[in-house]
Ligand binder design. Structure first.
Ligand code: APR
Length: 294
């Protein structure tokens, strides 16, 4: 199986490295920046005698080299620069996503697509509409990452993912909703941990100054790739298209889903408390506002 990764920046290259090192699949790494994907692909390829992997990787500047991919991971986009408004960023990334989506439709029309580019939920919606793909084949990566951050806060890294019991729902943004059906936490600890998890991305950017997180984001994409490629039918939190689930229609938002070889096999509807329902609705409104700007 071939995985195409569009965007060979921090997240894209790290996903490529994880996929090749583990031998999960062959990789086509593609970026418009001249030489970037080619150089990184050669570098990743050179690790194979060390890791013992037989996966192949090719770097390219041409989107048509995604041809034959069963999964396309989209990390292509711009990071917000000083002086750039959130709306400017949405406009720029929408243009990139539209172009990439049309190319996916043309060159990899049967692929499952994983979207990483922000604003994630709206970009997943845009891809599904532009490529005219079935919603179960377009999935946004965020819930795995946000849930991992939340779990890491409450367990100091000792807990494994429990995507059906402790996780983050809602938008990949300020209004994400922490859900805990597992760990015995007092209210104060729960609130503090969820707040910290919500701000983790900004905290990391604050330290790095240039660029944003990519180790945990790439681990999250890798976990989704594995669930699909190995048909694991595993519960994973990601941005998925709602068609009546949770009382919402025609929107992408973070929810627990069953992920397998055909993409989203099922959206899992958990019972929400009144407070969680209110927070989830707020999150939906925020995403709809962004979608309206596309
Ligand atoms: N086609 C292919 N690649 C593109 C395109 C395009 N049309 N437009 C931009 N790119 C590439 C850039 O050249 C860059 O190498 O996308 C890459 C993005 O990489 P980084 O800036 O390093 O961003 P990264 O940290 O990898 O994050 C990827 O995820 O967090 C989100 O929206 C955020 O844009 C960010 C994305």
């Amino acid at each position: 199986m071939k995985v195409a990764i569009i965007g060979a920046g921090n997240v894209g290259a790290m996903v490529a490295s994880r996929v090749v090192d583990s031998g999960l699949a062959d990789v086509a790494l593609i970026d418009i920046a001249p030489g970037l994907a080619k150089g990184k692909a050669l570098d990743i390829s050179d690790s194979r005698p060390i890791t013992g992997s037989s996966s192949k990787i090719e770097g390219s500047e041409d989107l048509k080299d995604m041809r034959g991919a069963g999964i396309v991971v989209v990390t292509a986009g711009l990071a917000r620069k000083p002086g750039m408004s959130r709306d400017d960023l949405i406009r720029k990334n929408s243009e990139i996503i539209k172009d990439v989506s049309l190319n996916i439709k043309k060159h990899a029309s049967l692929a499952i697509v994983i979207i990483v580019t922000n604003p994630l939920d709206a970009m997943s919606y845009l891809t599904m509409k532009t490529a005219a793909f079935k919603p179960e084949r377009v999935i946004g990566m965020a819930g795995v990452l946000d849930s991992a951050r939340f779990i890491n806060m409450v367990s100091s890294g000792s807990a494994r993912m429990q995507s059906d019991r402790i996780f983050m729902m809602g938008s990949h943004g300020d209004t994400m909703v922490a859900i805990n059906r597992s760990v015995d936490l007092d209210d104060k600890t729960f609130k503090e941990a969820s707040e910290k998890a919500r701000n983790r991305g900004a905290e990391i950017v604050g330290h790095l100054k240039t660029g944003s997180a990519y180790f945990a984001p790439s681990a999250a994409v890798f976990s989704m790739l594995r669930a699909i490629l190995k048909d694991e039918n595993r519960t994973v939190c990601c941005s998925a298209y709602l068609d009546g689930e949770y009382g919402e229609k025609d929107v992408y938002i973070g929810v627990p889903v069953t992920l397998g070889s055909s993409g989203v096999i099922k959206i899992i509807e958990i019972e929400l408390t009144q407070q969680e329902k209110k927070a989830f609705k707020k999150s939906v409104r925020q995403i709809r506002d962004t979608i309206a700007k596309l």
